[in-house]
Write a protein that binds this ligand. Structure first.
Ligand code: HEC
Length: 394
Protein backbone atom coordinates (compact mmCIF):
# COMPACT_ATOMS: atom_id res chain seq x y z
CA UNK A 1 0.00 0.00 0.00
CA UNK A 2 1.36 3.40 -0.98
CA UNK A 3 -0.09 5.97 1.40
CA UNK A 4 1.42 8.86 -0.55
CA UNK A 5 2.29 10.63 2.72
CA UNK A 6 4.11 13.52 1.02
CA UNK A 7 1.14 14.45 -1.09
CA UNK A 8 -1.34 14.27 1.80
CA UNK A 9 0.97 16.22 4.08
CA UNK A 10 1.33 18.81 1.32
CA UNK A 11 -2.44 19.06 1.01
CA UNK A 12 -3.01 19.29 4.77
CA UNK A 13 -0.32 21.92 5.33
CA UNK A 14 -1.36 24.02 2.36
CA UNK A 15 -4.98 23.90 3.43
CA UNK A 16 -4.07 24.93 6.97
CA UNK A 17 -1.73 27.65 5.69
CA UNK A 18 -4.42 29.19 3.49
CA UNK A 19 -7.06 29.01 6.23
CA UNK A 20 -4.86 30.60 8.90
CA UNK A 21 -3.62 33.14 6.34
CA UNK A 22 -7.20 34.14 5.53
CA UNK A 23 -7.96 34.49 9.24
CA UNK A 24 -4.88 36.67 9.76
CA UNK A 25 -5.27 38.89 6.74
CA UNK A 26 -9.02 39.05 7.19
CA UNK A 27 -8.80 40.29 10.77
CA UNK A 28 -6.05 42.72 9.88
CA UNK A 29 -8.06 44.16 6.96
CA UNK A 30 -11.07 44.37 9.27
CA UNK A 31 -9.21 46.34 11.96
CA UNK A 32 -7.68 48.68 9.38
CA UNK A 33 -11.10 49.37 8.03
CA UNK A 34 -12.55 49.75 11.52
CA UNK A 35 -9.90 52.24 12.58
CA UNK A 36 -10.62 54.37 9.55
CA UNK A 37 -14.40 54.37 9.91
CA UNK A 38 -14.73 55.05 13.64
CA UNK A 39 -16.33 58.44 14.36
CA UNK A 40 -16.22 60.33 17.67
CA UNK A 41 -19.54 59.71 19.46
CA UNK A 42 -22.19 62.35 18.61
CA UNK A 43 -22.46 63.21 22.29
CA UNK A 44 -18.90 62.95 23.64
CA UNK A 45 -18.45 60.23 26.24
CA UNK A 46 -15.64 59.99 28.72
CA UNK A 47 -12.75 57.84 27.43
CA UNK A 48 -14.38 56.91 24.09
CA UNK A 49 -12.31 57.83 21.07
CA UNK A 50 -14.67 56.59 18.40
CA UNK A 51 -17.66 54.40 17.72
CA UNK A 52 -19.32 52.62 14.84
CA UNK A 53 -22.51 50.75 14.01
CA UNK A 54 -22.54 47.74 11.71
CA UNK A 55 -25.03 45.21 10.45
CA UNK A 56 -23.80 41.77 9.39
CA UNK A 57 -25.43 38.34 9.08
CA UNK A 58 -28.67 39.62 10.49
CA UNK A 59 -27.20 41.12 13.67
CA UNK A 60 -26.45 44.72 14.68
CA UNK A 61 -23.11 45.50 16.27
CA UNK A 62 -21.78 48.58 18.00
CA UNK A 63 -18.03 48.88 18.44
CA UNK A 64 -16.33 51.46 20.65
CA UNK A 65 -12.68 52.32 20.57
CA UNK A 66 -11.28 53.28 23.96
CA UNK A 67 -8.91 56.23 24.25
CA UNK A 68 -5.44 54.59 24.75
CA UNK A 69 -6.54 51.93 27.26
CA UNK A 70 -9.46 51.37 29.64
CA UNK A 71 -9.08 52.34 33.28
CA UNK A 72 -9.46 48.71 34.30
CA UNK A 73 -8.49 45.96 31.90
CA UNK A 74 -11.39 43.50 31.51
CA UNK A 75 -10.80 39.94 32.68
CA UNK A 76 -11.42 38.51 29.24
CA UNK A 77 -9.49 40.30 26.52
CA UNK A 78 -9.18 38.87 23.00
CA UNK A 79 -5.78 38.98 21.37
CA UNK A 80 -4.95 38.41 17.73
CA UNK A 81 -1.71 36.54 17.43
CA UNK A 82 -2.42 32.88 16.71
CA UNK A 83 -3.62 33.65 13.19
CA UNK A 84 -0.17 35.06 12.43
CA UNK A 85 1.62 32.38 14.43
CA UNK A 86 -0.02 29.46 12.67
CA UNK A 87 0.30 31.07 9.25
CA UNK A 88 4.02 31.32 9.93
CA UNK A 89 4.41 27.78 11.27
CA UNK A 90 2.41 26.11 8.49
CA UNK A 91 4.25 28.26 5.94
CA UNK A 92 7.67 27.16 7.19
CA UNK A 93 6.61 23.51 7.27
CA UNK A 94 5.30 23.78 3.72
CA UNK A 95 8.53 25.43 2.62
CA UNK A 96 10.44 22.58 4.23
CA UNK A 97 8.28 19.90 2.65
CA UNK A 98 8.22 21.24 -0.89
CA UNK A 99 11.41 23.23 -1.31
CA UNK A 100 13.79 21.52 1.13
CA UNK A 101 12.59 17.91 1.13
CA UNK A 102 12.22 18.34 -2.64
CA UNK A 103 15.24 20.64 -3.01
CA UNK A 104 16.57 18.89 -6.12
CA UNK A 105 13.20 19.36 -7.80
CA UNK A 106 11.95 22.76 -6.76
CA UNK A 107 14.80 24.75 -5.24
CA UNK A 108 17.86 23.94 -7.28
CA UNK A 109 18.32 24.63 -10.98
CA UNK A 110 21.73 23.31 -12.09
CA UNK A 111 21.54 25.71 -15.05
CA UNK A 112 21.55 28.58 -12.53
CA UNK A 113 23.81 27.21 -9.79
CA UNK A 114 24.79 23.61 -9.23
CA UNK A 115 24.26 23.56 -5.47
CA UNK A 116 24.05 20.49 -3.27
CA UNK A 117 20.66 20.18 -1.53
CA UNK A 118 22.28 20.87 1.84
CA UNK A 119 23.98 24.05 0.61
CA UNK A 120 20.76 25.26 -1.02
CA UNK A 121 18.74 24.63 2.13
CA UNK A 122 21.28 26.39 4.36
CA UNK A 123 21.33 29.41 2.04
CA UNK A 124 17.54 29.46 2.03
CA UNK A 125 17.27 29.35 5.82
CA UNK A 126 20.04 31.94 6.19
CA UNK A 127 18.24 34.34 3.86
CA UNK A 128 15.09 34.08 5.97
CA UNK A 129 16.87 34.47 9.31
CA UNK A 130 19.31 37.20 8.27
CA UNK A 131 16.44 39.04 6.56
CA UNK A 132 14.66 39.42 9.88
CA UNK A 133 17.73 40.49 11.84
CA UNK A 134 18.69 43.16 9.31
CA UNK A 135 15.15 44.46 9.03
CA UNK A 136 14.49 44.46 12.76
CA UNK A 137 17.92 45.80 13.63
CA UNK A 138 17.49 48.66 11.18
CA UNK A 139 14.12 49.74 12.53
CA UNK A 140 15.30 49.41 16.15
CA UNK A 141 18.39 51.49 15.43
CA UNK A 142 18.58 55.26 15.51
CA UNK A 143 18.09 55.30 11.71
CA UNK A 144 14.73 53.60 12.03
CA UNK A 145 13.71 55.74 14.99
CA UNK A 146 14.88 59.15 13.76
CA UNK A 147 14.81 58.90 9.96
CA UNK A 148 12.12 56.45 8.95
CA UNK A 149 12.33 57.73 5.36
CA UNK A 150 15.96 56.64 5.13
CA UNK A 151 15.20 53.28 6.78
CA UNK A 152 12.41 52.70 4.28
CA UNK A 153 14.76 53.56 1.40
CA UNK A 154 17.34 51.07 2.69
CA UNK A 155 14.66 48.39 3.01
CA UNK A 156 13.51 48.93 -0.56
CA UNK A 157 17.09 48.71 -1.87
CA UNK A 158 17.58 45.48 0.11
CA UNK A 159 14.34 44.11 -1.31
CA UNK A 160 15.56 44.82 -4.85
CA UNK A 161 18.91 43.17 -4.09
CA UNK A 162 17.21 40.13 -2.60
CA UNK A 163 14.76 39.78 -5.51
CA UNK A 164 17.50 40.18 -8.09
CA UNK A 165 20.04 38.06 -6.21
CA UNK A 166 18.05 34.94 -5.37
CA UNK A 167 17.30 33.97 -9.01
CA UNK A 168 21.09 33.82 -9.47
CA UNK A 169 21.20 31.05 -6.84
CA UNK A 170 17.85 29.21 -6.91
CA UNK A 171 15.32 28.10 -9.51
CA UNK A 172 12.91 30.91 -10.40
CA UNK A 173 10.21 29.32 -8.32
CA UNK A 174 12.50 28.70 -5.35
CA UNK A 175 13.78 32.30 -5.54
CA UNK A 176 10.27 33.75 -5.52
CA UNK A 177 9.25 31.58 -2.61
CA UNK A 178 12.26 32.68 -0.57
CA UNK A 179 11.51 36.36 -1.10
CA UNK A 180 8.01 35.55 0.13
CA UNK A 181 9.26 33.47 3.05
CA UNK A 182 11.65 36.25 4.13
CA UNK A 183 8.89 38.88 4.03
CA UNK A 184 6.32 36.53 5.57
CA UNK A 185 8.71 35.76 8.44
CA UNK A 186 9.22 39.47 9.01
CA UNK A 187 5.45 39.92 9.15
CA UNK A 188 4.94 37.10 11.65
CA UNK A 189 7.81 38.20 13.88
CA UNK A 190 6.59 41.80 13.72
CA UNK A 191 3.43 40.53 15.37
CA UNK A 192 5.12 38.28 17.90
CA UNK A 193 8.27 40.20 18.77
CA UNK A 194 7.21 43.83 18.44
CA UNK A 195 3.45 44.27 18.37
CA UNK A 196 2.22 41.75 20.96
CA UNK A 197 4.91 42.64 23.57
CA UNK A 198 4.00 46.32 23.23
CA UNK A 199 0.37 45.42 23.91
CA UNK A 200 1.34 43.17 26.82
CA UNK A 201 3.27 46.04 28.30
CA UNK A 202 0.34 48.39 27.82
CA UNK A 203 -1.94 45.98 29.66
CA UNK A 204 0.61 45.45 32.44
CA UNK A 205 1.09 49.19 32.87
CA UNK A 206 -2.66 49.75 33.16
CA UNK A 207 -3.02 46.93 35.66
CA UNK A 208 -0.07 48.20 37.69
CA UNK A 209 -1.29 51.79 37.52
CA UNK A 210 1.84 53.05 35.74
CA UNK A 211 2.06 54.73 32.34
CA UNK A 212 3.12 52.57 29.38
CA UNK A 213 6.28 53.31 27.40
CA UNK A 214 5.17 55.26 24.31
CA UNK A 215 8.29 54.13 22.38
CA UNK A 216 7.00 50.54 22.32
CA UNK A 217 3.60 51.67 21.14
CA UNK A 218 5.13 53.73 18.31
CA UNK A 219 7.28 50.81 17.15
CA UNK A 220 4.26 48.52 17.24
CA UNK A 221 2.24 50.93 15.10
CA UNK A 222 5.13 51.26 12.64
CA UNK A 223 5.46 47.47 12.28
CA UNK A 224 1.78 47.05 11.75
CA UNK A 225 1.92 49.58 8.88
CA UNK A 226 4.82 47.62 7.34
CA UNK A 227 2.79 44.42 7.57
CA UNK A 228 -0.12 46.16 5.95
CA UNK A 229 1.90 47.08 2.85
CA UNK A 230 3.56 43.67 2.59
CA UNK A 231 0.26 41.78 2.60
CA UNK A 232 -0.73 41.97 -1.07
CA UNK A 233 2.79 41.38 -2.46
CA UNK A 234 3.26 38.34 -0.21
CA UNK A 235 -0.11 36.92 -1.27
CA UNK A 236 1.03 37.29 -4.87
CA UNK A 237 4.13 35.22 -4.10
CA UNK A 238 1.99 32.57 -2.41
CA UNK A 239 0.15 32.16 -5.72
CA UNK A 240 3.12 32.64 -8.04
CA UNK A 241 4.03 28.92 -8.19
CA UNK A 242 1.06 28.47 -10.52
CA UNK A 243 2.49 30.86 -13.07
CA UNK A 244 5.65 29.65 -14.79
CA UNK A 245 5.41 32.49 -17.32
CA UNK A 246 6.31 34.75 -14.38
CA UNK A 247 8.82 32.77 -12.29
CA UNK A 248 10.27 30.99 -15.32
CA UNK A 249 11.02 34.23 -17.18
CA UNK A 250 14.59 35.49 -17.47
CA UNK A 251 13.44 38.84 -16.04
CA UNK A 252 11.50 37.10 -13.27
CA UNK A 253 12.93 39.33 -10.54
CA UNK A 254 11.95 42.55 -12.33
CA UNK A 255 8.44 41.19 -12.89
CA UNK A 256 8.27 40.30 -9.21
CA UNK A 257 9.25 43.81 -8.16
CA UNK A 258 6.79 45.41 -10.58
CA UNK A 259 3.92 43.27 -9.31
CA UNK A 260 5.06 44.09 -5.78
CA UNK A 261 4.80 47.78 -6.55
CA UNK A 262 1.33 47.24 -8.03
CA UNK A 263 0.20 45.33 -4.92
CA UNK A 264 1.56 47.97 -2.56
CA UNK A 265 -0.03 50.75 -4.63
CA UNK A 266 -3.45 49.11 -4.38
CA UNK A 267 -2.96 48.74 -0.62
CA UNK A 268 -1.94 52.40 -0.42
CA UNK A 269 -5.08 53.39 -2.31
CA UNK A 270 -7.27 51.58 0.21
CA UNK A 271 -5.31 53.01 3.15
CA UNK A 272 -5.82 56.55 1.86
CA UNK A 273 -9.44 55.90 0.99
CA UNK A 274 -10.06 54.60 4.49
CA UNK A 275 -8.77 57.95 5.71
CA UNK A 276 -11.27 59.69 3.45
CA UNK A 277 -8.73 60.62 0.76
CA UNK A 278 -9.49 59.24 -2.65
CA UNK A 279 -6.35 59.01 -4.74
CA UNK A 280 -8.03 57.26 -7.62
CA UNK A 281 -4.99 57.57 -9.89
CA UNK A 282 -3.26 54.82 -7.88
CA UNK A 283 -5.59 52.16 -9.25
CA UNK A 284 -5.10 52.89 -12.98
CA UNK A 285 -1.38 53.38 -12.27
CA UNK A 286 -1.19 49.86 -10.83
CA UNK A 287 -3.23 48.47 -13.75
CA UNK A 288 -0.98 50.21 -16.30
CA UNK A 289 2.07 48.79 -14.53
CA UNK A 290 0.66 45.27 -14.75
CA UNK A 291 -0.26 45.77 -18.44
CA UNK A 292 3.24 47.05 -19.11
CA UNK A 293 4.69 43.92 -17.49
CA UNK A 294 2.31 41.78 -19.54
CA UNK A 295 3.60 43.30 -22.78
CA UNK A 296 7.22 43.27 -21.65
CA UNK A 297 7.22 39.56 -20.79
CA UNK A 298 5.25 38.44 -23.85
CA UNK A 299 7.40 35.90 -25.68
CA UNK A 300 9.09 37.26 -28.80
CA UNK A 301 7.86 35.60 -31.98
CA UNK A 302 9.88 32.39 -32.01
CA UNK A 303 12.90 32.05 -34.24
CA UNK A 304 11.41 31.17 -37.58
CA UNK A 305 11.45 27.51 -38.17
CA UNK A 306 12.24 26.91 -41.81
CA UNK A 307 11.74 23.49 -43.25
CA UNK A 308 9.93 20.49 -41.99
CA UNK A 309 10.10 19.50 -38.35
CA UNK A 310 10.66 15.83 -38.03
CA UNK A 311 8.35 14.46 -35.31
CA UNK A 312 10.76 11.61 -34.61
CA UNK A 313 13.26 14.20 -33.33
CA UNK A 314 10.64 15.82 -31.09
CA UNK A 315 9.58 12.43 -29.80
CA UNK A 316 13.19 11.60 -28.96
CA UNK A 317 13.63 14.89 -27.10
CA UNK A 318 10.45 14.32 -25.07
CA UNK A 319 11.47 10.75 -24.31
CA UNK A 320 14.91 11.82 -23.12
CA UNK A 321 14.05 15.07 -21.32
CA UNK A 322 10.49 14.59 -20.06
CA UNK A 323 9.51 10.94 -19.87
CA UNK A 324 11.78 10.14 -16.95
CA UNK A 325 8.97 11.76 -14.95
CA UNK A 326 6.02 12.07 -17.33
CA UNK A 327 5.43 8.40 -18.07
CA UNK A 328 2.91 5.93 -16.69
CA UNK A 329 5.85 4.37 -14.87
CA UNK A 330 8.39 7.12 -14.26
CA UNK A 331 12.04 6.10 -14.03
CA UNK A 332 12.93 9.18 -11.98
CA UNK A 333 13.35 7.99 -8.40
CA UNK A 334 11.40 10.96 -7.03
CA UNK A 335 8.17 9.91 -8.69
CA UNK A 336 6.08 6.79 -8.41
CA UNK A 337 3.40 8.21 -10.66
CA UNK A 338 3.48 10.85 -13.42
CA UNK A 339 3.51 14.35 -11.84
CA UNK A 340 0.31 16.27 -12.49
CA UNK A 341 -0.96 13.12 -14.29
CA UNK A 342 0.80 14.48 -17.39
CA UNK A 343 1.99 11.56 -19.54
CA UNK A 344 3.84 11.57 -22.87
CA UNK A 345 3.89 7.83 -23.56
CA UNK A 346 2.54 7.87 -27.11
CA UNK A 347 2.72 10.24 -30.13
CA UNK A 348 -0.97 10.94 -29.67
CA UNK A 349 -0.46 11.96 -26.01
CA UNK A 350 2.41 14.22 -27.04
CA UNK A 351 0.29 15.85 -29.74
CA UNK A 352 -2.63 16.37 -27.39
CA UNK A 353 -0.33 18.06 -24.86
CA UNK A 354 1.49 20.19 -27.44
CA UNK A 355 0.28 23.54 -26.07
CA UNK A 356 1.15 22.59 -22.51
CA UNK A 357 4.57 21.37 -23.58
CA UNK A 358 5.03 24.69 -25.36
CA UNK A 359 3.94 26.67 -22.29
CA UNK A 360 6.18 24.76 -19.87
CA UNK A 361 9.34 24.11 -21.85
CA UNK A 362 9.49 26.55 -24.79
CA UNK A 363 7.84 29.82 -23.77
CA UNK A 364 9.25 29.36 -20.26
CA UNK A 365 11.79 27.02 -18.80
CA UNK A 366 9.56 25.76 -16.00
CA UNK A 367 10.04 22.21 -17.34
CA UNK A 368 11.97 19.95 -17.20
CA UNK A 369 11.68 20.56 -13.49
CA UNK A 370 14.94 22.14 -12.27
CA UNK A 371 16.18 21.19 -15.75
CA UNK A 372 17.16 17.88 -14.16
CA UNK A 373 17.31 16.22 -17.56
CA UNK A 374 19.41 19.06 -19.04
CA UNK A 375 17.28 20.07 -21.98
CA UNK A 376 19.21 22.37 -24.35
CA UNK A 377 18.17 25.65 -25.98
CA UNK A 378 18.29 24.00 -29.42
CA UNK A 379 15.91 21.31 -28.25
CA UNK A 380 13.51 23.92 -26.89
CA UNK A 381 13.64 25.76 -30.22
CA UNK A 382 12.94 22.59 -32.12
CA UNK A 383 9.95 21.67 -29.96
CA UNK A 384 8.69 25.24 -30.39
CA UNK A 385 8.94 24.99 -34.19
CA UNK A 386 7.01 21.76 -34.12
CA UNK A 387 4.22 23.29 -32.03
CA UNK A 388 4.02 26.33 -34.33
CA UNK A 389 3.84 24.01 -37.34
CA UNK A 390 0.62 22.61 -35.86
CA UNK A 391 2.14 19.72 -33.91
CA UNK A 392 2.05 17.10 -36.71
CA UNK A 393 2.86 13.53 -35.66
CA UNK A 394 3.43 11.93 -39.04
C1 HEC B 1 12.21 15.67 -12.81
C2 HEC B 1 10.87 15.41 -13.15
C3 HEC B 1 10.26 16.16 -14.32
C4 HEC B 1 10.72 16.26 -15.60
C5 HEC B 1 12.01 15.70 -16.17
C6 HEC B 1 9.73 17.01 -16.32
N1 HEC B 1 8.70 17.34 -15.50
FE1 HEC B 1 6.98 18.27 -16.04
N2 HEC B 1 6.32 18.21 -14.11
C7 HEC B 1 7.04 17.71 -13.05
C8 HEC B 1 6.33 17.99 -11.84
C9 HEC B 1 6.77 17.64 -10.42
C10 HEC B 1 5.16 18.68 -12.20
C11 HEC B 1 4.09 19.23 -11.27
C12 HEC B 1 4.54 20.65 -11.01
C13 HEC B 1 3.91 21.29 -9.85
O1 HEC B 1 3.50 20.62 -8.91
O2 HEC B 1 3.87 22.54 -9.87
C14 HEC B 1 5.17 18.77 -13.64
C15 HEC B 1 4.15 19.35 -14.37
C16 HEC B 1 4.18 19.43 -15.76
C17 HEC B 1 3.09 19.92 -16.56
C18 HEC B 1 1.75 20.39 -16.02
C19 HEC B 1 1.90 21.82 -15.64
C20 HEC B 1 0.57 22.48 -15.41
O3 HEC B 1 0.44 23.09 -14.36
O4 HEC B 1 -0.27 22.40 -16.29
C21 HEC B 1 3.51 19.90 -17.86
C22 HEC B 1 2.71 20.31 -19.07
C23 HEC B 1 4.85 19.40 -17.87
N3 HEC B 1 5.23 19.12 -16.58
C24 HEC B 1 5.62 19.27 -19.00
C25 HEC B 1 6.91 18.78 -19.01
C26 HEC B 1 7.73 18.73 -20.20
C27 HEC B 1 7.30 19.18 -21.57
C28 HEC B 1 8.92 18.19 -19.83
C29 HEC B 1 10.12 17.94 -20.68
C30 HEC B 1 10.57 19.02 -21.51
C31 HEC B 1 8.83 17.90 -18.41
N4 HEC B 1 7.61 18.31 -17.94
C32 HEC B 1 9.84 17.33 -17.65
C33 HEC B 1 8.23 17.00 -13.13
C34 HEC B 1 8.99 16.86 -14.26
Amino acid sequence: MDLNIDAWLNLALRWAHVITGIAWIGSSFYFNWLDSRLKPPSTPRQGIEGELWMVHSGGFYRVEKIDVAPETIPKELHWFKWEAGFTGITGLLLLGLIYYHGAALFLIDPGVADLSPLAAILIGLAVIAVGWFIYDGLWQSSIGKDSPGLALGICLVLLVLLSAGLPQIFSGRGAFMHVGAALGTIMVLNVWVRIIPAQTQLVAARRGGTSPDPVLATAAKQRSIHNNYMTLPVVFIMLSGHYPFVFGHSWNWAILLALFAAGAAIRHFFNLRNKGRNNYWLVPAAVVLVLFVMVAVAPRAGRDGQGEVNFAEVEAIIAQRCSTCHATNPTDENFTEPPGQVVFDTPELIRRNAQRINAQSVLTQAMPLGNMTEMTEEERDLVGQWVRAGAPIN
